[in-house]
Design a protein around this ligand. Structure first.
Ligand code: IPM
Ligand code: MG
Length: 370
């Protein structure tokens, strides 16, 4: 039996706690049935942390996040927190985790499940067989650039955000994209706005130079403007394999890619840091969907993105490819049986609650492992 791994669960707000409860069932299943077992700790983040402590994340939880093997993050935010101060708003907790853990590479796969082709607003022939990976830079760009904020300018108020990238920040995320492409379709599309932004020109030059000098001759590299990429994603998404882009464009394009698959409720993500001296990399896994306050507490939330995020943790933090495959296959089994949460009903099927969906995945795991 392998030594226990540690997981820090930060369920957060809205539907975060509901979907997190379902992932706990799958973690328990792994504990009982597979070679790995986990010590799980729980913590508060977002509005939940604000309600208890007046901050979006405490130093104590931050410290635990820095020292755990993987963070499983639910979602943050809700209308009751909309008017909080900038530094304590729920999103600040997530942004602090990303920045202080230095989680610069955000992996957002968009994969269609055959059983869900009808749930997408796009035509089945456009999205069939889709398997793309967006690698979003997550710790720099306009999300963190300085200066930012209000100023007095020519006798009036103005507000500034700054887009900024160092060469090293571009290179390290592009390296992740090239390395991942090597294990997939061997094609990287680098996305920016080099036609209007200086950082875009620099991004393109830096990625091109790395491709030439970094031993990536086996990977096909293409470049695309971000606006065109948004259009191409809905026109012909299958042309892409790996997309690498900055923080803001990655935020927009990953929501767009998510909808190709039928529901935001299906999309997992991994946010990874650099590998440290002990061979471990800091990592946070979270569903791409937000806190969905409109359905929170109603048992309607789709827990599959959260379960698939845990599968990504098995893959990227614990190198347990078989176990990750097992979770992903169990999700496919459940969908093939016609089981659906409300968000992926499409043309029909059996509506399950959040809990029933978690149980159905565990039952599918039992069958797969029998
Ligand atoms: C995301 C979200 C976040 C972002 C918000 C909640 C700060 O939209 O993870 O895509 O903008 O990065
Ligand atoms: Mg987003």
């Amino acid at each position: 039996m392998a030594a226990n791994k540690t997981l820090l669960m930060l369920p957060g707000d809205g539907i975060g706690p509901e979907v997190s409860a379902e992932v706990t069932k799958v973690i328990d299943w792994m504990d009982k049935r597979r070679a790995i077992s986990f010590d799980i700790e729980q913590g508060l983040v977002g509005g939940a942390a604000y309600d208890a402590h007046g901050v979006a994340i405490t130093d104590e939880v931050m410290d635990r996040a820095m020292n755990t093997d993987a963070v499983l993050f639910g979602a943050v935010g809700g209308p009751q927190y909309d008017n909080l101060g900038w530094d304590v708003r729920p999103e600040a907790g997530l942004l602090r985790l990303r920045k202080e853990m230095d989680l610069f590479a955000n992996l957002r796969p968009a994969v269609t499940f055959d059983a869900l082709l009808e749930a997408s607003t796009l035509k089945p022939e456009v999205i069939r067989g889709l398997d793309i990976l967006i690698v979003r830079e997550l710790t720099a760009g306009v999300y963190f650039g300085e200066p930012r904020g209000m100023q007095e300018w020519q006798g009036q108020e103005r507000c500034i955000d700054t887009q900024s990238y160092t060469k090293a920040e571009i290179e390290r995320v592009a390296e992740v994209a090239f390395d991942l492409a090597r294990k997939r379709g061997k094609k990287v599309t680098s996305v920016e706005k080099a036609n209007v932004m200086k950082t875009g020109v620099f991004w393109r030059q830096t990625v091109t130079a790395l491709h030439g000098a970094g031993g990536y001759a086996d990977i096909e590299l293409g470049h695309m403007y971000a606006d065109n990429c948004a259009m191409q994603l809905v026109r012909n998404p299958n042309q892409f394999d790996v997309i690498v882009t900055d923080n803001l464009f990655g935020d927009l394009l990953s929501d767009c890619a998510a909808m190709l698959t039928g529901s935001l409720g299906m999309l997992p993500s991994a946010s990874l840091g650099a590998v440290d001296g002990t061979g471990r990399r800091k990592a946070l896994y979270e569903p791409v969907h937000g806190s969905a306050p409109d359905i929170a507490g109603e048992g309607k939330a789709n827990p599959l993105a959260m379960l698939l995020s845990f599968a990504m943790a098995l893959r990227y933090s614990f190198d347990l490819q078989e176990d990750a495959d097992l979770v992903e296959q169990a999700v496919q089994d459940v969908l093939s049986e016609g089981k659906r949460t409300a968000d992926i009903m499409g043309t029909g099927g059996e509506v399950l609650s959040t809990r029933q969906m978690g149980d159905a995945v565990c039952a599918a795991l039992d069958r797969r492992a029998a």
